[in-house]
Design a protein around this ligand. Structure first.
Ligand code: FMN
Length: 376
């Protein structure tokens, strides 16, 4: 239905999936898989079901294999137990009329030996990403990783494929590849962490190769209109040495040109968190999402710092097709309803973002509004 006042509240079609609005819940790691098997729990099912009024939910980043881990209490999707745990989540969301994609991730070298019985994690090259890993003993500095062998890269691609297959078995509606700064894929894209001189390093084409091999593997399992990818091309903070450089813009132009042939569910782009003036990507400062719109023919999902007003505006202007909200969904489980009735938003407590348990997770109430006057 057309909603000219608030395009965020319009229905939206992706292939044969009908989203009831264009308010997407972005992936939010919440550290609630507090068990040795990293299995999704009934508490997580309740949390996601509370947010089922989003047009689409993207699950928290989820490990594709035991080698992909690098942050405590984050669930995986590589064991049968985990798949069974996710079934609870997808059922709870579907029972409330929602849709949910699984976000598939691998943290690469930004992990820590504490997750691997003292063994080093692997990365594109033996270069310390100079980042931090949230271990069971708190945040620790990353170390110099082992370099992936080509056989390990091929295995990792198969891990994504298997995880995508598992997501299907678990009842998800699709998958999103987690490729934002800090994760394995940007470590391959960046010359700061990828100095390989084989088919996975060197030129832009070779550094980007893994993106397409992962997508091709997943599209063997899912229709392309159920597969998406999320990039943050201009993230500077908290991600060590994987930051934008003079090849970032040509790199993404190359990636987008190739993605134009993929007919994905959508391309998810995280915006700049800071002023880009004086950086290698300064030219994107005033036309960031329009730049991606210009180079990408498919559905575009915009993210970072959006509000009801700016989200409606970017859709109205035709610069994006969908808008995702991360932090606002933490304390506002009924975000679309709050937009619909112009209700105030609640602020989430950062101390409980990753703390485990119900507190600051499933105990944020829906907004109170006068249901006698307002019918929905
Ligand atoms: C607590 C928290 C956890 C997050 N976890 C993930 C994650 O697992 N995967 C991901 O792609 N992004 C993650 N993000 C980033 C969000 O999806 C989103 O890109 C970011 O918060 C910007 O959107 P916002 O301004 O609407 O919050 C996380 C953000 C927060 C605040």
């Amino acid at each position: 239905m057309k909603n000219t006042a608030q395009p965020l509240l319009e229905e939206y079609q992706i292939g044969n999936l009908k989203l009831k609005n264009r308010v997407v819940m972005a992936s939010l790691t919440r550290g609630r898989a507090t068990n040795v098997g990293l299995v999704p729990t009934p508490l997580m099912a309740r949390y996601y079901a509370q947010r089922a009024s989003a047009g689409l939910i993207l699950s928290e980043g989820t490990w594709v294999s035991s080698k992909a881990i690098g942050f405590i209490n984050v669930p995986g999707i590589f064991t049968q137990e985990q798949v069974d745990g996710w079934k609870l989540v997808t059922k709870a969301v579907h029972d409330k009329g929602g849709l949910i994609f699984s976000q598939l991730g691998h943290i690469g070298s930004a992990s820590h030996p504490d997750f691997f019985d003292g063994e080093l994690p692997a990365g594109p090259s033996a270069i310390n990403p100079q980042s931090h890993s949230f271990t069971p003993d708190g945040f620790k500095d990353t170390l110099t990783p082992r370099e992936f062998t080509v056989a390990e890269i091929k295995q990792t691609i198969q891990d994504y494929k298997q995880a995508a297959q598992n997501a299907k078995e678990a009842g998800f509606d699709g998958v999103e590849v987690h490729a934002i700064a800090g994760m394995l894929i940007p470590q391959f894209l960046s010359p700061a962490t990828n100095q390989r001189n084989d088919e996975y390093g060197g030129s832009i084409e070779k550094r980007a190769r893994i993106v397409f091999e992962i997508l091709d593997a997943i599209i063997d399992v899912w229709d392309s209109t159920r597969v998406a990818i999320k990039f943050s091309p201009v993230t500077f903070s908290h991600v060590g040495i994987v930051i934008p450089d003079k090849e970032t813009i040509p790199m993404f132009q190359y990636i987008l040109k190739k993605l134009n042939d993929y007919n994905l569910a959508y391309l998810h782009i995280v915006g700049p968190a800071e002023d880009l003036t004086g950086t290698a990507v300064e030219v994107l400062q005033d036309n960031y999402f329009s730049h991606f719109r210009r180079h990408y023919n498919g559905r575009l999902m915009a993210n970072l710092g959006f509000t009801q007003e700016s989200g409606n505006a970017i859709l109205q202007e035709g610069i994006a097709d969908l808008v995702s909200f991360g932090a606002p969904f933490i304390a506002n489980p009924d975000l679309p309803k709050r937009f619909k009735y112009n209700l105030p938003l609640s602020e989430g407590n950062r101390d409980t973002y990753y703390s485990g348990g119900e507190n600051g997770y499933t105990d944020y109430p829906e907004a109170i509004y006068d249901s006698a006057v307002r019918k929905d």
